[in-house]
Design a protein around this ligand. Structure first.
Ligand code: CA
Length: 618
């Protein structure tokens, strides 16, 4: 080829590139809208669009000042820092993006009016019982959305790890069932878009932080669900993930900057060693791997030390709280992001919503580690989490063991006693969210070897000891499943949730005899719990288990509940004189579950492998 021709090709190429460089588009702005009157007066807009960084944004609205325009490595992003005055009014305004003197793009931004109805964002507390459900597996209320345009994974009802079609409508359709069961709050596994090619059903690989997955419904459907749930006395706890996002995120192939993700020369997993984050002796290498390692191939590790990403995540959380009216948050993989960021995230939530609650997943069996993450714990390293609630993983493990093993010096009932004897570690043990199973482990009835008596004892303990109890969907009808067989087996469909299901366990007629017995038992326990201030808020006094019998009391302002658990295979009669200081002032009692009366508080008969919950009377 002659050099002249080469020059011509090069010339055309340069012209073409320049033409391309002129092309400007505006794809999206996050957050898509905001509110007037927020406590925090700054707002950061993340603008995405081809070559948007070559433009010059202009905002003209009283009370709003564009204080900073930030460009990053990729030319396709702009970050706008806005200062909102205390008196800024709700309304719409146009953000114009100029290229030289020509208007290249515009976006109509809205500041909405805050919903200031009393009781909004009041959080959850010890009066609540949380019901965890996986939206893809609970009920399919709308088969038309099982597949959705643009979503990579198609529904496959027969694949345990596929999408089954459950949705927001399915939850909304069963709020009366849940309310009748007696739970008061729903923790729903993540509902945000997970546009991943496979195993997207669980929701933990988010690909749009501002969008409900269309296979679950719309953002409006979610907001309506929260409103309807509130009318029925049910709170909603949103599952959030700040540690990682799905690699199907639009930004994955065009990161604002390389450090948007924690990058490694080759794929590097987190070591999943939660202890490292609070370990005063930890090596920097282990710490880095824990915090910066990826959760999975499909889950990119977000770098919250990038200040723009940090603000993106914080504002996203505030946006969902304000937009939807949720009552609480469950934050996934709590110790996996940088802990200074998580504390800052919490502070910003509490600044806007002082009564709000967040429960963090800290999955390790040591109360000392659980305590480290709960707010107001005095940690030797000075770390303060601001986290209002933490899951009590150590108690879940103790429960699984206690009812399954022979009584011994530190086995059986002593597991429960000794675990709770370590409550001194907690700034407030009542803020622990207690549970016997969740979406990541064996189902409780399976852990109890499908023994109904053990199941009832475990549930009695969970519902009457300190903390805020959480159930896992289908536990009330004795659903089973082993984690090691695959996550799909502990996340089966609730029977009756799908058109064509042969049985509908949402109704009494659709339950087997044993399921109905379990449901009725749970319903009685939960409905009673709603009325018992002693069990909700009462001080716990526990007695050393003797001969397989564990006794504890809950006292609250002249109300007392006594709980007796007999973990032996024999019936027992126990002498109550040992409990005199807690029985003082009471003359009789009544069993909450059987209505049986105890006319004298001197001796008490308790059948083998059973629990008694007694309301004491004067
Ligand atoms: Ca559906």
């Amino acid at each position: 080829m002659k050099s002249g021709k080469l020059l011509l090709i090069a010339f055309i190429f340069v012209c073409f590139s320049n033409l391309n460089a002129q092309k400007i588009s505006l794809e999206r702005i996050d957050p898509p809208f905001w509110w007037a009157g927020m406590v925090h007066g700054q707002l950061q807009l993340m603008v995405h669009g081809e070559q948007i960084s070559t433009t010059h944004p202009v905002i003209d609205y009283p009370g709003i000042k564009l204080t900073q325009v930030i460009t990053v490595e990729s030319p396709n992003y702009l970050f706008l820092n806005l200062q909102l005055s205390d008196t800024v009014q709700a309304g719409k305004f146009v953000i114009d993006f100029y290229k030289k003197k020509r208007k290249a793009a515009s976006y109509t931004y809205e500041l909405k009016t805050r919903d200031r109805r009393p009781g909004r964002h009041a959080g959850f507390d010890n009066s609540d019982v949380i019901y965890l459900l996986m939206p893809d597996r609970f009920a399919n209320g709308d088969t038309a959305n099982d597949n959705a345009p643009g979503m990579l994974e198609q529904a496959d009802h027969n694949n345990p790890l596929g999408r089954h079609g459950g949705d927001i409508r399915g939850i909304a359709d069963h709020l009366d069932y849940l309310s009748d069961l007696g739970v008061t709050a729903l923790w729903i596994n993540p509902l945000l878009e997970n546009n991943m090619p496979k195993q997207s059903y669980h929701g933990y690989a988010i690909t749009d932080y501002y969008r409900i997955d269309p296979r679950f419904g719309t953002n409006d459907d979610y907001k309506r669900l929260v409103e309807t749930a509130h009318k029925k006395g049910l709170k909603i706890i949103q599952d959030m993930v700040a540690n990682h996002c799905g690699t199907g995120y639009y930004w994955n192939n065009d990161l604002p900057s390389t450090d948007w993700y924690n990058q490694w020369p080759e794929f590097t997993r987190s070591n999943y060693r939660v202890a490292v984050q609070s370990d005063p002796n930890a090596s920097p290498a282990d710490h880095d791997k824990m915090v910066k390692g990826w959760f999975d191939y499909s889950m990119a590790d977000l770098n919250q030390h990038n200040p723009l990403l940090a603000e993106f995540l914080i504002q996203n959380t505030i946006w969902w709280i304000e937009y939807s009216g949720i009552d609480g948050i469950r934050q996934d993989t709590y110790p996996y992001p940088y802990k200074d960021f998580m504390a800052r995230w919490m502070q910003r939530i509490l600044k806007e919503y002082p009564d709000f609650n967040v429960v963090g997943e800290v999955w390790l069996d040591y109360p000392a580690v659980t305590a480290y993450w709960l707010d107001n714990t005095t940690n030797a390293d000075g770390y303060r989490s601001y986290l209002t609630n933490v899951f009590d993983f150590p108690l879940a493990t103790a429960i699984a063991r206690a009812f399954n093993e022979p009584e011994g010096w530190s086995t059986g009932m002593m597991r429960l006693y000794e675990l709770q004897s370590q409550d001194f570690l907690y700034s407030d043990p009542m803020r622990l969210v207690t549970f016997a199973d969740n979406h990541d482990g064996d189902r409780f009835f399976t852990k109890m070897q499908e023994d109904f008596r053990r199941f009832t004892m475990g549930m009695i303990f969970l519902m009457t000891t300190r903390g805020i109890p959480q159930l896992y969907y289908g536990g009330e009808i004795l659903m089973t499943g082993k984690e090691h067989e695959g996550h799909g087996y502990i996340r089966k469909d609730f029977p009756g949730g799908w058109p064509g299901d042969t049985r509908n366990a949402f109704t009494e007629e659709g339950r087997t005899e044993e399921q109905q017995e379990a449901f009725a038992f749970m319903r009685r326990l939960l409905q009673w719990r709603k009325s018992s201030k002693a069990v909700q808020y009462g001080k716990l006094v526990q007695y050393l288990p003797e001969n397989g019998v564990y006794v504890y009391f809950r006292h609250f302002e002249g109300e007392t509940v006594m709980v007796v658990l007999n973990n032996l295979q024999q019936n027992r009669e126990i002498d109550l004189s040992r409990f005199a200081s807690d029985l003082e002032g009471y003359t009789r009692g009544r069993s909450v579950l059987t209505r049986q009366s105890f006319e004298k508080l001197d001796k008490l008969y308790i059948p083998a492998k059973s629990g008694l919950v007694i309301e004491l009377e004067k």
